[in-house]
Each structure stands twice: as structure tokens, then as C-alpha cells.
Write a protein that binds this ligand. Structure first.
Ligand SMILES: N[C@@H](CCSC[C@H]1O[C@@H](n2cnc3c(=O)[nH]cnc32)[C@H](O)[C@@H]1O)C(=O)O
Ligand SMILES: [Zn+2]
Length: 428
């Protein structure tokens, strides 16, 4: 059904950063018109759902640019430890127990959480990624998916699974990227191969890059260069490349990233929680690097709430640079919307603009924690929480409204997750 949102405060996230007051007409999944007052002809009025928006803020759907949705069932499974211990001693062994079915419900859990907190698209790397793709199809959210790649005896199997994902699931709502996990789990030959394949399939790459000091040190020991230089040499930057973390990047790395149009995904919570530090996002932006924002997984965050992530993203940079005027609310919101779309080379979402997909979030502007509202952008970034989300709309479909998910049976999902929790507790 087409939708007309009336009298809303509209944060467009367009090039001029316009904030408007007016109506948005959604037709066939697209933003058909934005105007101060849109009157529908009588014959059309009955077939259009009207949403009164005088107390609502409309903004582009948030894009979670780095996560592992299939890992949501490992929330609070292993906390308070450094990356390598967390990953190699706790997470990888637990992941051996994750069946296809578990990854499906885990993905559904992650998607439900994201829809309830205003996310309309996410970028993901995991195994059994076909199950995540099925959960994306079933729920109506959008995603850029990748099958995580590593070097061991299953290396070529994982590449085959990537090809299958491309053939079976690529659509308007799903893009498939190659997902080399990192420079410390992939051989140099695999990185080179992925670079070739991504070009052959005309798609992109997502990778964990320069996440910990340990990663950088071992890279210098093994290859005598930084992880960023290694990826560049392997050809990974000759295609669309999304680099998650980038905590330990130096000035030369940043220069390469800017020159090669590599986008960084800033994951402030995960970097803090795993004790890795913080990404020099202000320096990256100042050098022209495109930066998006991600939550990473529920096992290292421990939530998938982009509203919270935006808030922390801004505070952390202000604090570490001791500059309160950097990464203002407007820039942060852009990172979580337009910049994220740009990172994956997607040019029909992330902005409220005529002709773009109707991927829109409506926030309640008159909730207690959102009042008063001298600046709606500030309230979204610094004050909002998921309870303020009134509706999450993807391609003009209302997937969440007024506390209700329309494409997820929440009660059944809760039951499934509880039984998975029991199984994983006993099994490990
Ligand atoms: N281990 C998989 C392939 C990798 S999928 C992506 C992997 O990234 C892992 N992961 C999640 N967060 C992080 C992070 O912050 N840094 C590095 N790896 C992570 C996650 O646990 C998962 O194993 C296999 O056996 O086929
Ligand atoms: Zn990650």
C-alpha cells in the first residue's frame, strides 16, 4: 500500500543537509514526492495509508555497516577479554556448534532487534550466510552479505559458498560481497584471489582491518608492512572495499585509503569492549576517507542498536581528540545513512530524496526523552533510544510500527532462542 506521511520533520541527510517540515509520498516502494503539503486526489485517497507526522521525525533508515547477524545467539557468551582470546578460545569453538538452523534464528533475532531500533539495512559477514539471506528475505530488511573466508582446508568450499550466495540470493534487497575475514586468518594468496574474484563478479569486499595492535605487529613480522599496505598490494582496494575497524592506521595508511576510496566502518563499542582502543576517524575524515558506522556483533557490543552506536561514535572521538566540535550530530547521522550506502556503492538509499527507495525511520519527537527539540538532529543522535522508534519502513513496506513487528513472529522467535540457549549451554 502506498503511504503519505503528513507534517513530519524530515531529516533528509542529502548533500545540503536539509531539514524540512512537510509531507512524504511513498509510491510503489519509492519516495515519489516530498513537499510542504501533498493533497491526494479523492479517487486515490482510499488506497493510500496516511500517517500523521506532526509529532514524528522522519530520517533515512539507519545502515549498520558491520555486523555478524548469525552470531546474535552468542550475546553475553564471552565478555571482558581481549580480541584474540575472545575469538580463538571462546568464539571460534562455540561457532562449531552453530547449525544452519541456529544461524537462521540467530539472524532473525538480530534482524528483529535492528528493525526495532530503526535499521533498514546491514552489512554482514558470517558462515551459513545462506541462512542469513533467508532471514533477510523473510523479514523484508536489506543487506549486503558475505560468507566469511579463511585459509584452511575449507578455503575453497567457502569460496564456492560465496559464488552460490551470489547466484541464489542477489536481488534488489540483497547484495553479495566477498568477505575475507582478516589478514591474520587469510593467506596472502587468498587475499589476491579474492581481489580477482570480486572484480570478475563485479562486486565488493568487506574485511576486518587493523583492528588490534597484535594484528599490526604480526603483519609487520610476517610481511614487513602494515595491514592496509598488504591489502592494497594484494589488490583488494581495486574494487569496492569496506574495511571494518581501522583502529591502528597510520598517516600513510589513511592516505592510501583515501586515494583508493576504501571506506572505513567505525565500530566504537566493539573497539572499546575488546580493549582495542579507538579508530582515528577524525583524521580519516579530514583526509577524505568515507566513514560509516557499525555495531559489530552482539557478542562483542553487546547489542545491534545503531541509535546507541551513533551516540558513542560521536562522544568517543570528541573525548580522545579533546575537541568537542568534531563529529557533530549531523556528520554522525550521515555516517549511519548516506555514507554507509556510499561505502557499498549503493546509490538509491541512505537519503530522503525523491526517486530513492522508501527506506525510512519515524521517531516519536514528543516522547519525554526527546523534549524539548531545539535541534531534531541532535535529539536523534544524542538523546534517542529504540523506544522512540515509531516505524521502520523498507522499500515502502512497514516492517515495524507502534511496537509490532509485521514480518517476525516474536513469540515463536523467543521460544526458539531460549531452546538454542539451552542447547548451547549444555553443549559447550
Ligand atoms: N570462522 C568462519 C569464517 C568466518 S565468519 C566471520 C567470523 O568473524 C568473527 N568475528 C566477529 N567479530 C569479529 C571481530 O571483531 N574481529 C574479528 N573477527 C570477528 C566471527 O566470530 C566469525 O567467526 C568459518 O569457520 O567458516
Ligand atoms: Zn566483525
Amino acid at each position: 500500500m502506498d503511504i503519505l506521511i503528513k507534517n513530519a520533520t524530515i531529516i533528509t541527510c542529502n548533500a545540503q543537509n536539509e531539514v524540512l517540515k512537510g509531507d512524504i509520498l511513498i509510491r510503489s516502494g519509492k519516495i515519489a514526492r516530498i513537499a510542504e503539503n501533498i493533497d491526494l486526489p479523492v479517487y486515490e485517497a482510499s488506497s493510500v495509508k496516511i500517517i500523521e507526522g506532526k509529532n514524528l521525525i522522519a530520517l533515512p533508515g539507519l545502515i549498520n555497516a558491520h555486523t555478524h547477524c548469525g552470531q546474535t545467539v552468542l550475546r553475553s557468551f564471552a565478555d571482558d577479554m581481549p580480541l584474540y582470546e575472545w575469538l580463538f578460545e571462546k568464539i571460534f569453538p562455540a561457532e562449531e556448534k552453530l547449525t544452519k538452523e541456529i544461524v537462521y534464528f540467530s539472524s532473525l533475532l538480530g534482524i528483529a532487534e535492528m528493525l526495532k531500533s530503526g535499521t533498514t539495512m546491514f552489512y554482514d559477514m558470517y558462515f551459513h550466510e545462506d541462512m542469513t539471506a533467508k532471514a533477510v528475505q523473510a523479514t523484508g530488511i536489506k543487506a549486503v552479505l558475505s560468507r566469511g573466508l579463511q585459509t584452511d582446508e575449507k578455503e575453497s568450499l567457502r569460496l564456492d559458498e560465496t559464488r552460490e550466495l551470489i547466484y541464489n540470493y542477489s536481488s534488489d534487497r540483497i547484495k553479495v560481497f566477498f568477505g575475507p575475514h582478516s589478514i591474520y586468518t587469510c593467506s596472502y594468496e587468498l587475499l589476491e584471489k579474492v581481489a580477482r574474484l570480486a572484480q570478475e563478479f563485479k562486486t565488493g569486499v568487506m574485511i576486518h582491518l587493523s583492528e588490534s595492535e597484535n594484528e599490526v605487529n604480526t603483519c609487520y613480522e610476517r610481511y614487513d608492512m602494515s595491514p592496509v599496505k598488504l591489502c592494497n598490494q594484494a589488490g583488494l582496494f581495486d574494487t569496492v572495499c569496506i574495511a571494518a575497524h581501522c583502529v591502528y592506521v597510520d598517516d600513510e595508511d589513511i592516505e592510501i585509503m583515501a586515494e583508493k576510496d576504501v571506506s572505513c566502518v567505525y565500530n566504537p563499542t566493539s573497539n572499546l569492549k575488546l580493549g582495542n582502543g579507538f579508530a582515528p576517524v577524525y583524521s580519516m575524515i579530514s583526509s577524505g576517507v568515507n566513514v560509516a558506522i557499525g555495531t559489530d556483533s552482539a557478542a562483542s557490543n553487546n547489542n545491534l542498536n545503531m541509535l546507541e552506536e551513533m551516540h558513542i561514535a560521536s562522544l568517543l572521538e570528541k573525548g580522545v581528540y579533546r575537541l568537542p566540535d568534531i563529529l557533530n550530530a549531523r556528520q554522525i547521522l550521515k555516517m549511519a545513512t548516506a555514507n554507509a550506502a556510499m561505502a557499498a556503492g549503493i546509490n538509491n538509499t541512505g537519503v530522503i530524496q525523491e526517486g530513492f527507495c522508501a527506506d525510512i525511520v519515524l521517531l516519536k519527537a514528543d516522547d519525554i526523552n526527546m523534549l524539548p527539540c531545539y535541534n531534531p538532529v541532535s535529539n536523534v543522535v544524542y538523546s534517542s533510544n529504540p523506544s522512540n522508534v515509531y516505524a521502520t519502513i523498507v522499500d515502502g513496506q512497514i516492517l515495524y510500527m507502534d511496537g509490532k513487528l509485521f514480518t517476525v513472529d516474536e513469540e515463536a522467535l523467543v521460544k526458539e532462542i531460549k531452546s538454542i540457549e539451552k542447547y548451547l549451554k549444555e553443549g559447550i
